[in-house]
Design a protein around this ligand. Structure first.
Ligand SMILES: [Zn+2]
Ligand SMILES: [Zn+2]
Length: 422
């Protein structure tokens, strides 16, 4: 296939003009629910952990079981994580931290700068003891495996109510919640470019949370369903105790109704086997606004609109994949041609943006201009699709993958997809 150079140049000019507007409007916070469960070792809901990407910064709120695996699935390099914010020191919220810390240091390209960990009083002591527990490995990885000494350092920051981080236009505020006898326990609010998201951490109904979450764009709240514990055979007395430290669907519904977020989300869903039917009726008695029941790997992009995507429920096998980029606003996505043989779409990814996991059932060509695009496949392979003037590279059917702008300039992608293999 050949592209006429003149046509390409003039459309690039038009693109540059169009982009100017979308860059200004393009500020968004991206939230990925890495783990939406609790202490139970569930394969569907990993331990609590939430990825926040904004202003070129990357943070994890809590690091429960499997946080590192989910981070890899999200296509985010662990060495890019700027820090971890712990809500409290219950083990289900921190057991994934040693893995993220040590594996993220050892396995190339490993972290070569200290990892900042914010958390309640006790965080510094826990980290010092972890370092002691892993002293044998830490020594060997440096002397024997040549891991960078700076990458194993951890900088603990013990937080109290107030702003705990400011940089790149991102502000993170900690606020106390009520998870007694676990004290202190915090929720976090992230503000960036006029967008905001609040994470409750573990809490009972908290007036302090309600104050901090008033009118927020997205409120991610924990929830507990007594019925799901009873079904799982947990003795009633124990269920009463556990439920008393968390928030029921009715209570959460009231919190949502009072704070009026643009989107309410459940994460840290307990018991991990709770169904929509356990959670929805109670919530709906109190709250009629937009609600998403969190699932592992769900992404929420907070911009002018709020987009929710769940990877597991897209691109069923055998169908022509719909390219429906997660972070690409509709004004940067165009369907150029769609006939029984071929589909051609054009979209623009800004630096740091990516589209969602998708497949191409037959031959496909990515024509890339203006930057560097990395394509990552499900088995962890990645390769760069680079600008080629006047010709296009064709690939055979491509399994699940996503494309990501890893450069510093916007990338324009023209995707030519053959629908059927002859
Ligand atoms: Zn918890
Ligand atoms: Zn807890």
């Amino acid at each position: 296939m050949r592209l006429r150079r003149g046509a390409l140049t003039s459309s690039l000019l038009a693109l540059a003009v169009a982009l100017h507007g979308s860059v200004l409007r393009g500020q968004s916070i991206r939230v990925t629910l890495l783990g939406t469960g609790g202490p139970l070792a569930s394969l569907e809901r990993f331990g609590p952990s939430t990825l926040i990407e904004a202003g070129g910064r990357t943070f994890l709120i809590d690091a429960g079981r499997g946080a590192l695996q989910r981070l890899v699935q999200a296509g985010v390099p662990w060495q890019d994580v700027d820090g971890v914010l712990l809500t409290h020191l219950h083990s289900d919220h921190v057991v994934g931290l040693p893995d993220l810390w040590l594996t993220g240091w050892l396995v190339r390209p490993g972290r070569n700068r200290p990892l900042t960990v914010w958390g309640p009083r006790g965080t510094a002591s826990m980290l010092a003891h972890l370092r002691e527990a892993f002293a044998f490995d830490i020594q060997l990885r440096q002397s024997d495996d040549g891991a960078a000494p700076a990458g194993v350092l951890v900088s603990p920051v013990e937080v109290s109510d107030g702003v705990v981080y400011e940089g790149g236009g991102v502000r993170i505020t900690a606020f106390s919640v009520d998870h007694a006898p676990v004290e202190p326990a915090f929720g976090y609010r992230i503000d960036y470019g006029g967008r905001s998201v609040v994470l409750s951490g573990d809490t009972r109904v908290s007036e302090n949370l309600i104050r901090h979450a008033m009118g927020v764009d997205v409120l991610i709240h924990e929830v507990i369903s007594a019925e799901s514990f009873i079904r799982a055979g947990v003795p009633e007395e124990r269920v009463r105790d556990v439920v008393a430290r968390h928030v029921t669907p009715e209570q959460a519904g009231r919190v949502f109704a009072r704070t009026r977020p643009r989107l309410a989300v459940y994460s840290h869903i307990a018991h991990s086997t709770a169904t929509d039917e356990d959670l929805l009726p109670g919530t709906r008695r109190e709250y009629s606004g937009r609600l998403a029941i969190g699932a592992d790997r769900m992404t929420i992009t907070i911009g002018d609109s709020i987009e929710v995507k769940e990877p597991g429920r897209q691109a069923p096998a055998g169908r022509v994949a719909q390219i429906d980029p997660v972070a690409v606003s509709p004004d940067r996505f165009k369907l150029l041609l769609d006939n029984p043989q071929v589909r051609v779409v054009e979209y623009v990814l800004l630096p740091g943006e990516r589209d969602q996991w998708h497949t191409h059932p037959a031959k496909v060509s990515y024509v890339v201009s203006g930057g560097t695009l990395r394509i990552t496949t499900e088995d962890g392979q990645s390769f760069l699709a680079e600008e080629k003037r006047g010709s296009a590279t064709w690939m055979d059917a491509l399994g699940r993958h996503f494309a990501e702008n890893v450069g510093k300039t916007p990338v324009r992608i023209v995707l030519v997809e053959v629908k059927k293999q002859e």
